[in-house]
Design a protein around this ligand. Structure first.
Ligand code: NAP
Ligand code: G4F
Length: 324
């Protein structure tokens, strides 16, 4: 990283953006610009604690609006952009497929175009997803060479953005690296995602504030890691001198039921007495199982996850208990 590097983070109000901005600001030679979209009621809760930093500035724009991105890139001339902005909730991608395509797919190309036009030497991190792997043989493990079989409009949009990143790299010589991140969670996770929903419900039920937890399928498997670790991997990727794509994962998978069971055990309850299955939370097409092989990241970046599945659940449930 050069002296006084300027880093633009899209999606800075989200889970990953907030961890990333915080970690980047710990380096006194970095100024962070966070892209925020106009809202009638700004949602800065995840970045409240860094808003006063002198080296942190919010800039208003929208990932779906190319002109705003060109203007921002021309004004700031960033050295590095982390493109984390997207419509990231898979179920919403079926009810809002066109918005998802715009934000998650075209939005990424807007960033690439803005960089090509306004600051072509800027490095770009693109937030790709394990959802791109979609339907895979049972017990398979996915790495950078695994073929994609997207199962939702969200996953299709991410595949488009991922392939366009490779195309911009090959056609325009832009420095774009894609992190193919498996599910990563924390106390800052949005409340609709299954881990936060479960952790919150277990805590609330144990305190008598909620009586049941409605879920969809309990038999799907995910490779869940801690968001802070995964943001470290993004930073390491952008320190390389050549762009390269990396799978970031723990290498172990657990079912939704495992997450439920461990969360409720933490508060001394039997989940079977409280969990009800609700068709509203079932998906038109499901990704039954994902598990990643992060060997390349381990070898080339020296990255390894530091938080186990059990510690992740404990951290999330404890945070919910403390917030009640
Ligand atoms: P998140 O918490 O849902 O945050 C998404 C961010 O994108 C929010 O800051 C949101 O802003 C912003 N955004 C959405 N539409 C926008 C638009 N039109 N213009 C500007 N900003 C917009 O997601 P996350 O979990 O931090 O994930 C970060 C990225 O990694 C996403 O691209 C996600 O798809 C991808 N990813 C996540 C995971 C995971 O397990 N977390 C795994 C693989 C890939 P508002 O606050 O205004 O809504
Ligand atoms: O927590 P989820 O909604 O995450 P999902 O669909 O795996 O997507 C997340 O991870 C992706 C990386 O692979 C990211 F790209 C994406 O942006 C997002 O961050 O659901 C996890 C599993 C699914 O199989 C779902 O069907 O949990 C199952 N599930 C069961 N009941 C539920 C529920 N999911 C949610 N959200 N809510 C339920 O009630």
């Amino acid at each position: 990283m050069t002296q006084s590097a300027r880093v633009l983070v899209t999606g800075v109000t989200g889970q990953d953006g907030s961890f990333l901005a915080e970690k980047l600001l710990a380096d006194h030679n970095i100024s962070v610009y966070g892209l925020v979209r106009r809202s009638s009621n700004p949602n800065y809760s995840r970045i409240q604690h860094i808003l006063e930093y002198e080296r942190f500035q919010l800039v208003e724009g929208d990932i779906t609006d190319l002109s705003s991105l060109i203007q921002i890139c021309s004004d700031i001339k960033p050295d590095l952009i982390y493109n984390l902005a997207s419509q990231s909730f898979v179920p919403t991608s079926w009810t809002q497929p066109l918005f998802t395509a715009q934000a998650t797919g075209i939005g990424a190309v807007n960033v690439f175009e803005a960089v090509r036009i306004a600051c072509p030497t800027c490095k770009i991190y693109q937030a790709s997803s394990s959802e791109m792997f979609g339907l895979q043989p049972e017990n398979a493990i996915q790495n950078e060479d695994t073929s994609f079989y997207p199962r939702s409009p969200y996953a299709c949009a991410k595949v488009f953005a991922h392939q366009m990143a490779i195309n911009y790299r090959e056609s325009h010589n832009l420095f774009i690296s894609c992190g193919i991140l498996f599910n990563h969670e924390s106390e800052r996770r949005g409340q609709q995602f299954v881990t936060r929903k479960i952790a919150r419900a277990a805590a609330r039920i144990s305190k008598g504030l909620q009586s049941t937890l409605s879920l969809g399928r309990l038999d799907t498997y995910r490779d869940w890691g801690f968001a802070g670790d995964y943001v470290d991997a993004m930073i390491l990727m952008m320190r390389l001198n050549t762009p390269e794509d990396f799978v970031i994962a723990t290498g172990s998978k657990h079912s939704v039921q495992d997450f439920v069971d461990y969360s409720f055990r933490m508060v001394g309850l039997d989940w079977k007495e409280f969990v009800v299955q609700d068709p509203r939370f079932m998906r038109p097409a499901e990704v039954p199982s994902l598990c990643g092989d992060a060997s390349r990241a381990r070898e080339r970046l020296g990255w390894t996850p530091t938080v186990s599945f059990e510690s992740l659940v404990e951290r999330m449930v404890e945070s919910e208990l403390n917030s009640i």
